[in-house]
Design a protein around this ligand. Structure first.
Ligand code: HEC
Length: 279
């Protein structure tokens, strides 16, 4: 009886696994991202401010030459729950970018220095320019990439089971992808304009290895190894994807506390009411 149940469960889980990773059949199975305990995981997990600030440095100094973050406003950098730069710092970052604005009274577009209310600009004026600069591949906007690569976005009490079947996703995927470039194995033929990365579905990615370690000077003295930089930028992109995560978890906790107190109260009411009934 018990064996039967376990076997049925295993079949369901394996079945899910097969459906979820069709690449297995083609022999180009995506390598499972390395497990990593980010500070923001779990029901109480919060972002590490210093890490978000380092990740922002990596993003703006390296990734921003190809990728946009169209849902990030410069003012978000100074808001609670994020890297929490001061407003002066956020303003200074914004002013380093040229933003296309207009039209003015003559009907012409013009550029001006960025302000807090501006979104982080794209390095290319349009998709065609992005394609032309990257061998025909468009670097995707990274505002929601961590959520998009989570695969299945489930709450924390379900995600461990999904991880068992689907592998690690989200920030762990970005971290492994960025720090996981390799020489292609002997049986793989080199492909022009593409780079070998076992964590990428299909293994050949148009993005050249963006980091190699010591790319960014960290002001807080953290060693700027490849793994550290990849971890920090992955955490930063997780925040950009989920800017209200800390607030959401706090509200969730308050709601649970409220329900607990309410349940106790109701139990006491029940005792009081039924104490008058003979039984
Ligand atoms: C030289 C330009 C360039 C730089 C610099 C660059 N990227 Fe990319 N990136 C690309 C291109 C092009 C793609 C599309 C790859 C493809 O679809 O094959 C891409 C794709 C991605 C993806 C999506 C992968 C997927 O699963 O679809 C992520 C995540 C990413 N880049 C993160 C980063 C991060 C983080 C940095 C900075 C450390 C960075 N990139 C720097 C060009 C770049």
């Amino acid at each position: 009886m018990m064996n039967g149940i376990i076997r049925t469960l295993a079949a369901v889980v394996l079945g899910l696994g097969v459906i979820a990773t069709p690449a297995h059949a083609a022999g180009t199975a995506q390598k499972n991202a390395e497990d990593y305990d980010f500070s923001f995981e779990g029901p109480f997990g919060q972002f590490d401010r210093a890490q978000l600030q380092r990740g922002w440095e990596v993003f703006r100094q390296v990734c921003a030459s190809c990728h946009s973050l169209k849902y990030l406003r410069f003012r978000n950098l100074a808001e609670p729950g994020g890297p929490e730069f001061t407003e002066e710092q956020a303003k200074a970052f914004a002013s380093q970018y040229d933003i296309v604005d207009g039209p003015n009274e003559e009907g012409e577009m013009f550029t001006r220095p960025g302000r807090l209310a501006d979104a982080f600009p794209s390095p290319y004026p349009n998709e065609e320019a992005a394609k032309a600069a990257n061998n025909g591949a468009v670097p995707p906007d990274l505002s929601l990439i961590v959520k998009a690569r989570e695969g299945w976005y489930y709450p924390w009490y379900i995600s461990p089971f999904i991880k068992l079947v689907k592998g690690n996703g989200g920030a762990e995927y970005v971290r492994s992808l960025i720090s996981g470039y390799e020489e292609p194995p002997a049986h793989e033929e080199a492909r022009e304009g593409l780079n070998y990365n076992p964590y990428f579905p299909g293994h050949w990615i148009a993005m050249p290895q963006p980091l190699s370690g010591e790319d960014v000077e960290y002001k807080d003295g953290t060693p700027n190894t490849l793994k550290q930089e990849a971890t920090d930028v992955a955490a930063f992109l997780a925040w950009v994807s989920m800017p209200k995560m800390e607030e959401r978890k706090k509200i969730g906790l308050m709601a649970m506390l409220y329900l607990l107190v309410f349940a106790l109260l109701m139990y006491m009411v029940k005792l009081a009411i039924w104490s008058k009934v003979e039984h």
